[in-house]
Write a protein that binds this ligand. Sequence first.
Ligand SMILES: [Zn+2]
Length: 80
Amino acid sequence: MTRGYNPSPEHPTYNKWWRCQDCGKRTFESRKGAKRVNRMTGGNMNVYPACNGQDGFHLGHLPGVIKHGQKTRSDLYGAA
Ligand SMILES: [Zn+2]
């Protein structure tokens, strides 16, 4: 990030998304865009294809240690 402009993860100007009609999750136009938003929001999410063969990719919380609060982000990634 060198442009000095940091759009909100909810309304990124570079990344198009919409709500999944099946599950209501955010659906990103590209896997790349989803990963980018994932990084901006903490990097704790998984990117996976949208439901029922729809176009796009979902961002979902990882199962396991992070979700259950047994480890924190700093445990896994070092000090913020
Ligand atoms: Zn869905």
